[in-house]
Design a protein. Structure first.
Lengths: 265, 354
């Protein structure tokens, strides 16, 4: 499946070094290190409670790890809040859907464009030409995104009323709208049927191929992981127990014992 | 926005609404309503309180911050306006009004700070402090009241470039113009990126932050703009309705009234502010006249006012449970059903997000 890629995999863009995170007595992550390479699709796998979501939350600044550093393009992301991390080019989706429920699909996606809009509240209040142009251009951009994700027909529906699968798509759309260099996707295919999963994979591969977006995704479905990821990190009890290309990881004894050995789905 | 925009991002129906509203306010009402009572006791306070309710909408309905203390910011605006006109010679009223709003906005930022730490009922308690602090400050320092000891300070005449606006009708015109302009600005903000930031923070703050929205900036901005609206509303309220300046007029009861206007009118809607204000203001009047005309005073006034409280309480509970979008949503539903009766099916507008 890997022909010549538009964006060949490059150097590390994101480096996680010796991260440890605990909540009171619970150690969620222990001394974890790995690199994410530019333009790759990186999967994070591991049993429930392994610390995968916590790891994404650390990268994105929601959690502040007690130890270790996270480096984005040679800049240490130290104790900075999610909105600054977003500014630096990392966007994400959430495991339990974190959409703006009372807002329409298009407005949700438009929030993802916030970083590309510079008009202040006075310019918006007085509808200056710049504010109007900016609004129009970003709306057009979002229309393209909802077309691409095939959710254009529900663009004006409040997302709270949509079924789960569509909400997942809206969340991906919002993350795509940011045009971030790195997307963190926390179980983007959870709760989907085979058909929906295949569609979601197609979107992820297409975005990676067309825009070179680096993807870090958490996924439980090993079939999906083997299909779309370039490299896999395996977490267990907050520790990295495997790191490498999918087939290598799959045949690793420690990984088999800890994770693949136990029946999952 | 699915409907086609025809002018500066407004749809045909937006413009139609504006034209109708202006026609009613500036042509129909002036020809039909001749008694001063209607201007000075119904229309003026309704418009002033609607403006304050828009302020409450911004911080609570749009940004989701349970703030209580609109009347405090109204007091700040009212006394700021009084002092500006008193101390700055030749200051035109509109300028004084805008500056009063800005001063109230500064208080808004100050008392919005707790929203960065606490939420929900705790924030409500914290913002209550603003209410008490502002009133206390005005009472404590004689300067704000120009060392008046009589207790009642008469508001100065409204002068706009030398022309006085002192009759109820003239004051009504001033209020209409100010409220119209500020309402349009509020609608622009709520429909644009500013409002999307507010609503994103309201609906899911963690996700909003992950999309690059600064919670600090967005919340404080909402508090500032909200207080600006309340401040201007307070100044108008004092200068055109009360015609005097007394801190007690801006007590906690008024803050609660404005809160109820927003809840009953419909959280997160601008027209809900107007509908809610009309309801809260007119309901006691209607109840009173029913008491007087139907029962010829047989019912005691205290019973009527108790009935009023009970009905408000019940309505708030009912709306909270069954129609959180308030009367604005009911109004929308009525319009839709009327429209669907008269319009061919294909012209039905698609469902809009709230
Ligand atoms: N905010 C929190 N407060 C307390 N404990 C937490 C918090 N977030 C995560 N944990 C704990 O950290 C550990 C790792 O949780 P995490 O959600 O990262 O796992 P996960 O690998 O994403 O699991 P899943 O596959 O179920 O999503 C768990 O023991 C969890 O209970
Ligand atoms: Mg998880």
């Amino acid at each position: 499946m890997m022909q010549a890629r538009n964006f060949p995999i490059g150097d590390p863009i994101l480096e996680v070094r010796n991260i440890s995170l605990s909540f009171g007595g619970v150690k969620a992550i222990t001394n974890t290190s790995f690199n994410v390479l530019r333009h790759e699709i990186r999967a994070i796998i591991g049993p429930n409670g392994a610390g995968k979501s916590s790891l994404l939350n650390c990268i994105n600044g929601i959690y502040k790890p007690q130890e270790g550093t996270i480096t984005l393009k040679n800049e240490v992301l130290d104790k900075i809040s999610p909105n600054i991390v977003a500014r630096k080019g990392i966007s994400r989706t959430f495991q339990n859907l974190a959409l703006f429920k009372r807002m329409s699909v298009l407005d949700n996606v438009l929030v993802g464009r916030q970083l590309h809009m510079s008009a202040n509240f006075l310019q918006v209040a007085f509808q200056t030409p710049q504010a109007r142009r900016e609004e129009r251009e970003n709306r057009e951009r979002c229309e393209e995104i909802v077309e691409f994700l095939e959710i254009a027909h529900i663009r004006d529906t409040p997302v709270g009323r949509l079924p789960y699968g569509l909400q997942k798509k809206v969340e991906l759309g919002r993350a795509l709208a940011t045009e971030a260099e790195i997307l963190l996707l926390d179980e983007p295919m959870a709760g989907m049927n085979v058909e929906e999963k295949r569609e979601m994979c197609r979107f992820i591969l297409k975005v990676n191929d067309e825009f070179g977006t680096t993807m870090v995704l958490i996924e439980h479905d090993m079939g999906v992981v083997m299909d779309i990821s370039d490299n896999v990190v395996v977490l267990d009890y907050g520790k990295v127990i495997g790191d490498g290309p999918p087939d290598e990881v799959r045949s690793d004894q420690a990984v088999i014992d800890a994770y693949l050995g136990v029946a999952h789905d | 926005m699915n409907a086609k925009t025809v002018f500066m991002g407004y749809t045909r129906s937006d413009l139609a609404n504006l034209v109708v509203a202006l026609l009613v306010a500036l042509v129909v009402i002036p020809t039909v309503v001749q008694t001063d009572y209607w201007y000075s006791s119904i229309l003026i306070p309704w418009l002033c309180l609607s403006l304050a309710a828009i302020g409450q909408q911004i911080v609570m309905g749009y940004t989701g911050q349970l703030a209580l203390g609109a009347a405090g910011f109204m007091a700040a605006g009212a006394f700021a306006c009084f002092n500006l006109i008193l101390r700055v010679p030749y200051l035109p009223f509109p300028v004084a009004l805008a500056l009063s709003g800005l001063i109230a906005a500064a208080f808004g930022i100050l008392f919005g700070l707790p929203s960065l730490r606490v939420r929900g009922i705790y924030l409500m308690v914290a913002t209550l402090a603003s209410q008490f602090f502002i009133i206390w400050m005005i009472d404590k320092f004689g300067w704000f009241k120009n060392y008046d000891t009589s207790g009642i300070i008469t508001a100065q005449d409204i002068l706009i470039f030398g022309k006085p606006f002192t009759s109820p009708f003239e004051m009504y015109l001033v209020v209409v113009v100010v409220v119209t302009v500020l309402t349009i600005l509020a609608i622009n903000m709520t429909r644009g990126s500013t409002g999307r930031n507010w609503m994103a923070v309201r609906d899911m703050d963690i996700a909003a932050e992950s999309m690059g929205i600064s919670l600090l900036r967005t919340k404080l901005q909402a508090f500032a703009i909200s207080a600006f609206f309340c401040g201007v509303a307070g100044a108008l309220f004092a200068f055109t309705y009360l015609k005097s300046l007394e801190p007690v007029a801006f007590d906690i009861k008024l803050s609660f009234k404005i809160l109820f206007m927003v809840i009953l009118g419909g959280l997160g809607t601008i027209n809900g502010a107007f509908i809610g204000a009309a309801f809260i203001l007119l309901f006691p009047v209607v109840l009173n006249s029913i008491g007087n005309n139907l029962f010829h005073g047989a019912i005691d006034a205290t019973i009527i006012s108790a009935t009023e409280q009970v009905v408000f309480g019940a309505l708030i509970i009912i709306f909270m449970i069954y129609e959180p979008l308030g009367m604005a949503k009911l109004w929308y539903n009525i319009k839709q059903s009327v429209r669907s009766r008269f319009a061919p099916r294909s012209e039905l507008p698609r469902q809009r997000a709230t």
